[in-house]
Every structure is written in structure tokens, then in C-alpha cells.
Design a binder for this molecule. Sequence first.
Ligand SMILES: Nc1nc2c(ncn2[C@@H]2O[C@H](COP(=O)(O)OP(=O)(O)OP(=O)(O)O)[C@@H](O)[C@H]2O)c(=O)[nH]1
Ligand SMILES: [Mg+2]
Length: 452
Amino acid sequence: MALDGLKHRIMGSVGALRGKRKIDEESVKELGRSLRKALLEADFNVRHSKELTERIERRMLEEEPRPGIKLDTHAMNLIYAELVRLLGPAREIMPHNQTILMVGLYGQGKTTTTAKLADWWRRRHGLKVAVIEADAHRPGAYEQLQQLLEGTNVDVYGEPGESDATKIVRNGIRNVGTADVLIIDTAGRDGLDDELRSELVRIAEVANATECFLVIDAQVGQAAGPVAQSFHELVGVTGTIVTKLDGTARGGGALSAVATTGAPIVFVGEGERIQDLELFESDRFISRLLGLGDIKGLIDLAPGDLDQEEAARLAQRLMSGRFTLTDMYSQMEMMSKIGTVDKLLSHLPDAMFGGMGNMSRAQKQQMQGNLEKFRVIMDSMTQEEKDQPHLLKSSRIRRIARGSGVYEKDVKELLNQWNRSRKMMRGMKSDRSFRRKMKSMMDVDDMDLGMG
Ligand SMILES: Nc1nc2c(ncn2[C@@H]2O[C@H](COP(=O)(O)OP(=O)(O)OP(=O)(O)O)[C@@H](O)[C@H]2O)c(=O)[nH]1
Ligand SMILES: [Mg+2]
């Protein structure tokens, strides 16, 4: 995911506390120093970095970790809480009856993000979505949008050659305005010049939009703050979308600068493809950033044909410690439905499955291969064996290997994997802070996760 560099530097800073039994002022100072450096390198502004690390240093000295919580975990929890506080609470977006106006400077990703959003709404909420290309300046803008949305079932309205953007919007609303969600892409400029200003204001009047999303390239860094401010004063920005987070190690600047304006971040773009868009919720984002995982996001990743209840149930089972081969099997099925292991892993705690979150690309590819193999092996097991893997002694292993056309060592490898996963689950189960985080991530305060 984006900001991997920051993640590794934070891990490094916190790692220095590993094995320490008692907190002392010198290590807290050192933690603060290296954290501040990590934040500055990710382009967080000087004041934010200073305030944030000072708060963490103070809390490290004043707050006792709960019994059983190691100092490095304690520090990680504080860093998590303070980063979430800095980025602010999430803004909820209503799914229906939306007209969204997309604004922003030249080349920031408006047209791409218009297509991404349209597809997101269609996929996520199954709604009828239409887009209007109201960029009357860039030649080929309409074709660009059309190509991006090819084969997606989203209506694209445009009038190539027409120079009056307001007119396009008016006609567009007449033509495709019955859609549940209407998204209007507009032209960009190098700066917010007079012409762009007045054109945008006129478009905004005609569009009468429910949301106005500002699109900002993460590369802009801290300058995103003033840009957001000036667009906000002009057309009343209701949410910001930070794009190209995948393309910079310094995304922290844009994220934190925008978070402190009146237009909170609503989505982030992490790639050129239409599906590379994520709803932004600071707690989930930070949790992933710190390698703590994002179970709720994982469930969101699931395509429509994956039973949401099944996914939630599985997540519960995963956390319950009662982890059978059948559970691992459904977990794998879910993985293969979600598609890439990469995407899945970015939502899981790094520590899960014996540290798979930190796998190299080659290791990840190997896992994708294992997935297939394990599935075939498990097809040769009885339900009883899947529920009680400890039954699997050598004669059964031989039978299963023969039945599924693999070596015995492959069956053993599967069992080892299961064992590692199970141990990991146990470890997490006994970590109270992790358990709390998991609960809040899943919005299930009143649900029994079976971890008591
Ligand atoms: N890596 C990456 N590239 C992106 C992302 N979003 C957009 N891009 C690329 O950025 C370039 C510009 O994107 P556009 O959508 O055309 O930007 P725009 O704001 O519409 O540009 P104008 O219409 O010229 O103002 C394209 O090459 C996109 O593929 C992202 O999240 N990650
Ligand atoms: Mg464009």
C-alpha cells in the first residue's frame, strides 16, 4: 500500500523498544526523535510532526501499558490513536440521489477519479450511475472518460466540440439525470485563474450538486492545504480525494494538510486502474498503514457474490481461536474470490499467518500457488478431518496425498500452515488491545467475538 516507507520507519522506531521491561526517559526521547524523522520524511508538516511526537512521548511516560501489553505494542497503540486523531474522523457519504461535481487543478486525476467513483458506486451499491464530461477545454476528454468506463454499464454523456461547459451540464442533466448517482467531470487549469473560477461557479449553479469533490494529487504535498482552501471558498468543497498515493513516499503531507481544512478526505486513489480507489476512513487507513490490518475493509473488498454474512462469520471464527481446516478452507475460498493475495494481505495484520503481511513478491506468488494446491488437497479430506485436523496422522496423510495427486510433504505443509495460522490466532486472542481494535474495526461492540 501507499506510504510503505513511513510504515517501515515507524516499525523501526518502535522496534527499539522490543524486549524492554521498563520505560525510561531516554528511550522515549529516542522514540520521539525517530518518529518525528519518519513523519517529516513522509512530508508531514513540521508543526504536526512535533505536536504528534510530543503527545506520544508524554503519553508513553504518563500512561502505564495494561498488564500483559509489551512496551512496543503500547507505543504502536499510541501512534495509531494519535495518527487517527490527526487525520480526523471519517465523513459518511449517502449512497443515493447524489449529484457530484468533480473539481481540481490540471492533471490531478479528475477524469480518472470520475470513472473510478462511478464504477465504485455501481459496484458497491448496485445503483444506476451516469457521468457527464463537462471539460470543454481538453481535447479528447470525452473519449478518455468513455474508454475508462467501457463495459461498465455507466452512462457517459458528453458533447465533444461544444465549448460551453454549462450548456453540456444542462443538456447532460436532461439526458441522464434520472440516474441514482450523477458525476460531473470538469476542466482543470494550472492555477485557479479567473476564467476557471467563473466557469466553475456557473457549472456549480447549473449542477446544483449535493457533493463537490476536490481532486488533489498526493505529490502536491503540503501545498494541498492552500489549494483545498481556495477551492472551498469558491464552490464549497464537501470532500477531498487524494490521488496517486501509490506514486509517492511523501503522501503524508497531502493527507494531513487536507485533513485540517474544512473538506475532509473521502477517498484515496492508489493506482491508474479503475478499481484503484478506496473509501477513506482514517482509523482503517492508519490501521493498515501500521500493519494492524483492516478486517472491515477486507469484507468490503469482497465482490457482490460473496455472502457478507459468511464473510463476517468467518472473520469472527478467525478471531475465536476455534480455527479448523474448514475455516482455513473458507478463508482461502474467500481469498481466491477477492482475487489477489496482495490486496488481501494489505488488509490483514502483518503478524497474522506468521507474518505473511511482510512477504516478498515472490513469496506472495508462491502463496497464490499454494492456495490452489491446498484446495485440491482439502477436497480429498472428509468433513471430520477438516474439522479435527489433529486426526491427520501418517496413514491418512498418505491416503489424502494419493487421492489428490500430491506428495505427502504437500499435505504436511498444509497442516503446518494451519498450525501456524492457529497459533497466530491464539496470540491475537490473548492481546486485549488487539481484540478491542478488532471489535471497533468491525463495528461490532455488542457482538461476541468469542475471545473472552
Ligand atoms: N498512479 C496513479 N496514477 C493516477 C491516479 N489517478 C490518476 N492517475 C493518472 O494521472 C494522469 C492524469 O489523470 P487525469 O484523470 O487525466 O487527470 P485530470 O485531472 O482529469 O487532468 P485534466 O483533465 O488534464 O485536468 C493519468 O495518466 C492517470 O492515469 C492514481 O491514483 N495513481
Ligand atoms: Mg480530465
